[in-house]
Structure formats: C-alpha cells, structure tokens
Write a protein that binds this ligand. Structure first.
Ligand SMILES: [Zn+2]
Length: 126
C-alpha cells in the first residue's frame, strides 16, 4: 500500500468521498484485490471479480490508453456539448474519464486532474 494514501481512507477503506478528495488533489486512486489481483479505478465495496471485501487502495498510473470513446453531442442542462467520454486503461484498471483532445481507440493519454461532469467529479485525460 502506498504510505500516504491514509488521508483518503475512512476506516481503512477507500470510499467515494476519499476517491473524490484524491481527485481534487490531482491523484487517481483505485483498489487492488489481494485475492485475485483485479484492479478497479473507482471505489467499490467488494471486488467485482471475486467478491473479496479486503481491497487495498492503490495509486493508478497517470499514463493511460484509450479503450473506448464516445462523443456526447447533446449534454445535460448546464454542460456544454460536445465533449468526449472515454474508458481509459490505466495499468490493470479501466476508468471512466473525460477527454480534452481528439482521440481514437489505442491513443496514449495522460491524467490531467479532475473536471466537473454530469456524473460528478470525473478524471480528465488528454
Ligand atoms: Zn478479487
């Protein structure tokens, strides 16, 4: 476990509040399952693959690769369209992110911090 992640944990667990606080600090956190080694890019109560509840917080790499991308032409009220939502592969995890560049599947992108999105605070890559 990376030693300075404790400030984002609550009862030793990474929750949505801690994950969001880390994002505000320009850090992208995820969770690694010690039982099956599955890594997620957003806080979950249990491993999506094996159901283990013994998840370790991890800092994810800032370099990623575009796994899929969707251009949103019609945005929710209060948000300017068009914008691009992508699934970005970071290490062994995939994170839903906003992209501030024209990208295609397989492009290398880099974590830029957080941005407001209709889904709440969201990682931004470019
Ligand atoms: Zn697991």
């Amino acid at each position: 476990m990376t030693s300075d992640l404790g400030q984002y944990l609550s009862d030793g667990e990474l929750g949505v509040d801690g994950w969001t606080a880390a994002l505000e600090d320009d850090r992208l956190l995820g969770q690694a399952c010690p039982d099956c080694e599955h890594v997620t890019a957003a806080p979950k109560a249990a491993c999506a693959r094996c159901g283990s509840r013994d998840l370790d917080p991890v800092e994810l790499p800032e370099e990623g690769t575009v796994y899929s991308a969707t251009r949103v032409e019609v945005a929710p009220e209060g948000f300017a369209a068009p914008y691009t939502v992508a699934l970005v592969t970071v290490g062994d995890a995939r994170v839903t992110a906003r992209i501030d560049a024209d990208v295609e599947i397989g492009d290398d992108v880099r974590f830029q911090g957080a941005t407001e999105s209709p889904e709440g605070l969201t990682p931004l890559f470019g």
